[in-house]
Design a protein around this ligand. Structure first.
Ligand code: DX5
Ligand code: ZN
Length: 226
């Protein structure tokens, strides 16, 4: 069944780039064939941390040669989603924990010209996504508690990916975010995730371009063997 899943996409997380040499970092992972730049936006309210906002995303958009996958860890994804849509974001992800009407939020984002996606935190049950699935192009399953890079992968969340593919028959993109590295990426791909975010593993590597290639190789191999 995994063979029918959408293609593997590797999405380096900007959170771990050397911000003093950001354009160089983006170019390095692009050389390795990265598919998307994963852009983590935090508001210090939905998560206990701050990251980057529109001015930096504008600079990323100007330097990037691949699409921007904006993950909004914010309590007001509609207002900020519009800002990122105007800056040329390709996808905008909101958290299911901040809305009771995911269909309306997804429709509003789609009308802004971006691909809507919904994210779910580790403690939130997969059933909470039921009213969102028909309206989004991607589900982001968090494999750490959001807010910080470099955390340990939580394997229990793989059951949510399997439920999305098997129980709900979800055929869109499933993104896994947090603690994805050489040791965890195969399990993610086997469970049915196809968009794999990695921050520390890629930007912390001696050769980020080579790491993108190696992570993709492991994900592709795991899927073929599954
Ligand atoms: C966590 C972010 C992630 C994360 C990925 O709040 O959404 O994108 O930082 O970083 P690593 O790969 O270091 O866990
Ligand atoms: Zn993220």
């Amino acid at each position: 069944m995994s063979g029918a899943n959408p293609p593997i996409r590797i999405a380096p997380s900007l959170l771990s780039v050397d911000f003093g040499r950001m354009a160089e970092g983006l170019a390095m992972v692009e050389r390795g064939g990265a598919d998307l730049h994963h852009v983590d936006v935090m508001d210090g309210h939905f998560v206990p941390n701050l990251s980057i906002g529109p001015p930096v995303v504008k600079a990323v958009a100007a330097a990037a040669k691949i699409p921007l996958d904006c993950h909004l860890m914010v309590t007001d994804p509609l207002t900020y989603g519009e800002r990122f849509a105007k800056l040329g974001a390709w996808g905008v992800t909101f958290h299911i924990e901040v809305t009771d009407d995911p269909a309306a939020l997804a429709a509003a984002l789609r009308a802004m010209g971006v691909r809507p996606a919904v994210a779910i935190n580790p403690p939130t049950p997969v059933e909470r996504l039921e009213r969102a699935l028909d309206h989004v192009d991607m589900v982001l399953v968090m494999s750490v508690h959001p807010g910080f890079g470099g955390q340990k992968f939580i394997p229990d969340v793989l059951a949510k990916v399997e439920a999305l593919r098997r129980r709900y028959g979800y055929g869109g993109d499933i993104e896994m975010d947090g603690g994805v590295d050489r040791s965890t990426i195969a399990d993610c791909a086997r469970a049915g995730a196809n968009v794999l975010v990695a921050g520390t593993a890629i930007y912390g590597a001696a050769d980020p371009a080579g790491e993108v290639i190696e992570l993709r190789r492991r994900a592709d191999a795991a899927r073929k063997g599954a």
